[in-house]
Design a protein around this ligand. Structure first.
Ligand code: WT7
Length: 646
């Protein structure tokens, strides 16, 4: 349909960029050969410090320990707000576009300062101080960003929980981080529908006795439950405190936030990021990857509940004094032209979204783009999963009118900032490739035994040197950091992704090599879905795998084995789907549930997921070796009853 072709740097004279190819290569070389000199210079360029560091960095890739800008002091909210007041107090910091196209707000840097200071004072008044944990469970409204920044102002550690998570998932995260205060809204609004956030908080808090305060933003004015003493209206509390709040000087290695993410086993992990290195990396990558230019409007469509929202809606852009757009709604409401309307309405220059959204919009055809000009667009970004080359071409040709480079940015919650991406103007573009490592990033491919592969190769993606926004620990379980990321292969960080390096040395991310699913860009552990499926009296055992899905990237395929004497009726299967929504969130609801009396297990009792994956994908010609199975006959029955037939 669209011709898939590589795009040479030199081909598009419209790319206005901070760096050309030589510039990138020079900076990259310096970042590897003289990392301390490189990072000291960048840290001074992108961040304002209250006290300098005594040493740029110290790290150990065997134990996963890392410290950056040691002994330096700074405050993130000062960097994202106060620092800009001299020059851009009246510039818009945040453009908020509501779910309803008639709703939008512009918040200047001066207003942002006041909002954040007031909220910080409210937090202090409620007894929150440096190092305390605050849970933020919010819709996409500016108060979510105020809340993050207010925490950073007083040194509290925020844990943002995506508003799509269920009360049970919220409870687990509040308990794990030992949060003492929750910031939420009465309801969220998405695609014309209400999300009962406060009600979810009330349910979660039934088993979180340590939460003493709940700050509630009035978003819709809905009737909500109210617990006297504990619950406080956000607007009332903010009106009663001073509009100034002295920032807490933070150590570069003091924690900034915890963000939960799924792994291949067990409960979600609380990824902990610290202050100095994280801010330097997010600001630097926002500047170079999006080639951000003074005065531009930048729109990242992620939710602040995910790391993309942390690093590239809030911290990176605001640290750079950008105008960042925050969108409350969904791309298809009120109709499929919404994103393009928003781009024209606010003259968006940089648009950063996920392949799943592009696929959904592409499926609706070109008609919805016809009544928008999109002339303001200069650069497009993609994140969260591999982008199919044909989707890349549609994004490039139709959305960007062949004028805008696409940056396919590879990174993870754990990496804090983008690690691999084609720097616009400095790098060729290949549809589907994340291309080149950013400054200070040393990727490598290893085989399953950990041997490094040279030249063009396919392997497991690892990172060989520490970078400033590297995960510091798994909250409350440091051993898990070491086991998950620094033990699979010796002396390197293991990403969990597979990748290919082509003959030009460019990287193509091929997807997870572990049991982590990627559903519409949402990262979900198979173990989380499996435990939700067995939490009842009907299911004895469950195994969950992913299979390809045109829009979502992957769909969830679950195999369930009934308890002795139980018949899994349609009604029970429907209840199982509800159970997953309740335990995890609606986005994790299985697409297929196949009932089976046996799972393919080895003689030692290990489920052979490879076989389940193939059956779920309807790829039957190459099931591989089944001879080590305890009972090879289960495979035939699984095949016979499979649900996803190509
Ligand atoms: C996983 C991390 C990082 C922000 C959003 C997701 C996949 C991410 C790409 C990309 C191919 C990608 C990887 C990674 N991923 N970006 N450009 N190309 N895959 O953060 O929830 O921590 O998920 O997303 O599999 O490991 P996350």
């Amino acid at each position: 349909m669209y011709k898939i072709q590589n795009h040479k740097v030199s081909e598009n004279p419209l790319y206005r960029t901070h760096l050309d190819r030589d510039g990138y290569e020079r900076m990259y070389r310096q970042s590897i050969e003289q990392p301390d000199m490189f990072w000291a210079e960048q840290a001074n360029r992108f961040v304002e410090w209250m006290q300098p560091w005594s040493k740029v960095h110290e790290s150990n890739m065997e134990t996963g320990e890392a410290a950056w800008f040691i002994d330096a002091k700074l405050n993130v909210s000062v960097n994202c707000i106060d620092r800009h007041l001299k020059k851009r107090a009246n510039q818009t910091a945040i453009i908020w576009e509501g779910d309803d196209p008639a709703d939008s707000r512009h918040i200047t840097y001066r207003q942002l300062h006041e909002e954040v200071c007031r909220l910080a004072n409210v937090l202090k008044q409620r007894g929150v101080s440096k190092g305390d944990r605050v849970c933020i469970y919010m819709p996409m409204i500016p108060e979510a960003a105020f809340a993050m920044l207010a925490c950073s102002r007083i040194g509290a550690i925020h844990s943002v929980v995506f508003g799509g998570f269920s009360p049970d998932a919220l409870r687990d995260r509040i308990q794990n981080a030992e949060c003492e205060l929750v910031i939420t809204a009465d309801e969220g609004v998405r695609g014309g529908r209400r999300v009962p956030l406060k009600q979810n908080v009330d349910k979660a808090l039934a088993s979180c006795p340590d939460v003493h305060s709940v700050l509630v933003v009035r978003r819709t004015g809905a009737d909500i439950g109210w617990v006297e003493q504990r619950d406080i209206w956000y607007h009332e509390a903010c009106a009663q405190v001073s509009a100034d709040c002295a920032p807490e000087p933070m150590d570069s290695e003091d924690p900034l936030f915890i963000l939960y993410t799924s792994g291949s086993t067990g409960k979600p992990k609380g990824v902990l990021h610290t202050t100095g290195g994280y801010l330097v990396s997010t600001a630097l990558t926002h500047h170079y990857v999006f080639d951000y230019q003074e005065g531009e409007v930048y729109w990242c469509t992620a939710d602040v509940g995910w790391v993309t929202g942390h690093s590239y809606i809030v911290y990176g852009p605001l640290c750079n004094g950008a105008t960042t757009l925050m969108f409350e709604g969904v791309p298809t409401y009120p109709d499929a032209s919404r994103c393009w309307q928003v781009i024209d309405k606010h003259k968006v220059n940089v648009f950063y979204t996920a392949p799943t959204a592009i696929r959904a919009l592409m499926a609706l055809g070109e008609e919805p783009l016809k009544n928008s000009s999109r002339q303001s667009l200069r650069l497009l970004g993609s994140v969260g999963e591999p982008i199919n080359p044909e989707v890349w071409e549609w994004y490039y040709q139709v959305v960007g009118q062949r004028r805008c480079p696409i940056v396919d940015t590879w990174w993870q919650t754990e990496t804090g900032s983008i690690l691999i991406a084609p720097l616009p103007g400095a790098c060729d573009l290949k549809p589907g490739a994340a291309m080149r490592p950013l400054f200070g990033v040393v990727p490598a491919l290893v085989d399953n035994d950990g041997n490094e592969l040279e030249g063009p190769a396919d392997g497991n993606l690892v990172i060989k040197q520490s970078w400033p926004s590297q995960i510091r620990t798994v909250y409350g379980d440091h051993q898990r950091l070491v086991e998950t990321y620094f033990s699979t292969y010796k002396s390197v960080y293991f990403t969990g992704d597979g990748a290919r390096r082509d003959a030009d040395g460019d990287y193509w991310i091929t997807g997870r090599v572990d049991d982590v699913l990627n559903i519409s860009g949402h990262r979900i552990g198979t173990a989380e879905v499996e435990s939700a499926l067995v939490l009842n009296d009907w299911v004895a055992e469950a195994a969950v795998v992913g299979c390809p899905h045109d829009i979502k990237g992957q769909a969830i395929y679950a195999y369930v084995m009934p308890m002795q004497g139980v018949t899994l009726t349609e009604d029970i299967l429907a209840q199982l789907k509800v159970a997953v929504s309740e335990q995890v969130g609606a986005f994790a609801r299985p697409d297929y549930i196949q009932v089976t009396n046996g799972l393919p297990k080895t003689r030692s009792g290990k489920i052979m997921r490879r076989i389940l994956r193939k059956i779920a994908c309807d790829e039957l010609d190459n099931l591989g070796d089944t001879s080590t199975l305890a009972d090879p006959s289960v495979v035939d029955s699984l095949i016979e009853n499979r649900l996803n037939r190509g």
